[in-house]
Design a protein around this ligand. Structure first.
Ligand SMILES: NCc1[nH]cc(CCC(=O)O)c1CC(=O)O
Length: 307
């Protein structure tokens, strides 16, 4: 193959740029020439108001996908958890590199762990999934919405606006902020979002040479785990902002998936888990989704959507 020249489209947040540069370095290592092009998305322009109210799914990904489709860039680097499960016509998820860390983490102003936070402490997270699971563990704390990139959120701890916030460990690790973590809320204590801690690389379906080249940075175990998580999410018709958690991983040579759907107040938590073949992650996702639906998951998802 001649030296491919690849234009990467990315959001311009610090984390997104870090992720794009990481992919660029991997592709360069394989012999590509890479250029990074920054694209502003609707999600970046609207920094105020709850993210849930931005309405349409894919506020962080749509404009980047459009740039790939228009051939302004060749490849999009997404946080897989922000990428809607509905495939955009003409695009394909070309590769999923190795997962960083799937966990959620609590960063508290005092450095204390969740159990040590005072009753009534204010904990910031905009994610309905985190809010619900947090309320289930600590019904006595105040869970409040929060917006902005990682730095903005951390600054709201220093100003005293919040006593603690919840962030993805992966984002903190990538930005060199791992020492900020007061406690990792590892699954099964808190189930992460489908695709959390993982990058998704999207290309034009027709760009066969590039698809083949990019496939080299796929991590098969991560692909199988996240395909199962996303298949479950798709079948729940929940969207990326619903109170839905998923934890896919390889255990004893099998693909295992835990799924969770919660009520916003955390009083109802539905759980299901199953194991299956690494060769059929989509079926495993369906199995777990069907088990959750049989327990009444749709009602909780609809209630969260209309809240
Ligand atoms: N929705 C924002 C978002 N998208 C991806 C990450 C973190 C990195 C990842 O999960 O890969 C974050 C921030 C956060 O949840 O703390």
């Amino acid at each position: 193959m001649s030296t491919p020249h690849i234009r990467i489209g990315t959001r311009s947040s610090q984390l997104a740029l870090w992720q794009a540069r990481w992919v660029a370095a991997e592709l360069e290592r394989l012999g590509a020439q890479v250029e990074i092009i920054e694209i502003t998305t609707q999600g970046d322009r609207q920094q105020s108001g709850p993210i849930v109210e931005l309405g349409l799914q894919g506020v962080f990904t749509k404009e980047i996908q459009a740039a790939v489709l228009r051939s302004e860039v060749d490849l999009a680097v997404h946080s897989l958890k922000d990428l809607p499960t509905e495939t955009v016509w003409g695009l394909t998820l070309a590769a999923v590199p190795e997962r960083e860390n799937c966990c959620d983490a609590i960063v508290s102003a005092s450095g204390e762990k969740l159990a040590a936070l005072a009753s009534g402490a204010i904990v910031g997270t905009g994610s309905l999934r985190r809010q619900a699971q947090l309320r289930a563990m600590r019904p006595d704390i105040n869970v409040r919405g929060i917006r902005g990139n990682v730095d903005t959120r951390l600054s709201k701890l220093t100003t005293g606006e919040y006593d603690a916030i919840i962030l993805a460990s992966a984002g903190l690790n990538r930005l060199g902020l791992a020492e900020k973590v007061s406690e990792e809320l590892a699954p099964p204590r808190m189930l992460p979002a489908p695709g959390q801690g993982t990058l998704g690389i999207e290309c034009r379906l027709a760009d066969e040479l590039l698809l083949k080249f990019v496939a080299q940075i796929q991590h098969p175990d991560t692909r199988a785990s996240t395909d199962a998580e996303r298949s479950m999410l798709a079948l729940l018709h929940a969207g990326c902002s619903a109170p839905v958690g998923a934890w896919g991983r390889i255990e004893n040579g099998k693909l295992r998936l835990d799924g969770l759907v919660a009520s916003l107040d955390g009083t109802q938590i539905l759980r299901a888990a199953a194991s299956g073949s690494l060769d059929d992650p989509l079926q495993l996702g369906r199995t777990v989704a069907e088990e959750l639906l049989a327990q009444g998951a749709q009602q909780l998802i609809d209630a969260a959507r209309n809240s």
